[in-house]
Write a protein that binds this ligand. Structure first.
Ligand SMILES: Cc1cc2nc3c(=O)[nH]c(=O)nc-3n(C[C@H](O)[C@H](O)[C@H](O)COP(=O)(O)O)c2cc1C
Length: 220
């Protein structure tokens, strides 16, 4: 796919077919994403990727952990509040999601059940847990952000759907213990991926973007 087509057709997939991603396709995604630029070429990203039965084991384990009422303790603090344009954009994409599923605003139980889908990995056959090196601080996180985008675009260009998930970064101690990761590896987010169920309503709406003029100021 051309870059323009890849960028304009990528979307966050939230329902997947059970089909595993072929190992040569997965390898190609990872090789392309590995070309991501980073500060001093430090390449701080490291991934644990589940395949086969390991994905189901992990989705069951983390869902049980969440349902046990475990506290959220992200390595990188989540925003405390969203105001102004950030708030309205956040609300808008939530409304689109819930409308696609026919969930009414006041139906908090259905919304909570849907948010649990994050931990069921939206039915994806794979999840990548992406970590950065603690000592590299914010900039390691920035490099990982670039990696996430490369990964999602590389996947899209090969017909594979994906979704970045900060939700999975709510429980880094659980993830580190589950996968035997050392304490210096800080959890940035998860990326669930696989072949998207393109017919499902949750995959059929597209989010909006502000105009370029809202984001860019030219100085001549
Ligand atoms: C770093 C990052 C974390 C995200 N975390 C979540 C998440 O936890 N759950 C979720 O449903 N979507 C998550 N998303 C998806 C965003 O909601 C989505 O990218 C945004 O609404 C724009 O929609 P699009 O990706 O379909 O273009 C995340 C996206 C990014 C980049």
């Amino acid at each position: 796919m051309e870059l323009e087509q890849t960028l304009t057709t990528r979307y966050s997939a939230r329902k997947f077919l059970p089909r595993q991603v072929e190992s040569d396709v997965m390898q190609k995604i990872l090789e392309l994403a590995q070309r991501t630029a980073s500060w001093c070429n430090t390449q701080p990203w490291q991934l644990v990727i589940t395949r086969g039965a390991a994905t189901d084991r992990f989705r069951k384990a983390i869902t049980a952990h969440v349902l046990s009422g475990a506290p959220q303790q992200p390595d990188f603090a989540f925003p405390e509040r969203y105001e102004g344009a950030y708030r309205s954009r956040r609300v808008r994409c939530g409304v689109q999601l819930y409308e696609s599923l026919g969930i009414a605003r006041e139906d908090k139980a259905a919304a909570r059940e849907q948010s649990l889908e994050n931990f069921r990995l939206f039915g994806a056959p794979h999840v990548a847990l992406l970590t950065t090196e603690a000592a590299l601080g914010l900039w390691g996180g920035v490099d990982c952000g670039l990696y996430i985008n490369s990964f999602m675009l590389a996947a899209r260009s090969l017909g594979v759907g994906s979704i970045a998930q900060a939700a999975l970064a709510s429980y880094p101690d659980f993830v580190r213990e589950y996968f035997g990761l050392p304490p210096n590896r800080k959890l940035v987010c998860g990326i669930s991926f696989g072949y998207a169920d393109e017919q499902h309503a949750i995959n059929r709406y597209r989010t909006e973007r502000a105009a370029v003029s809202d984001a860019v100021a030219f100085v001549d």
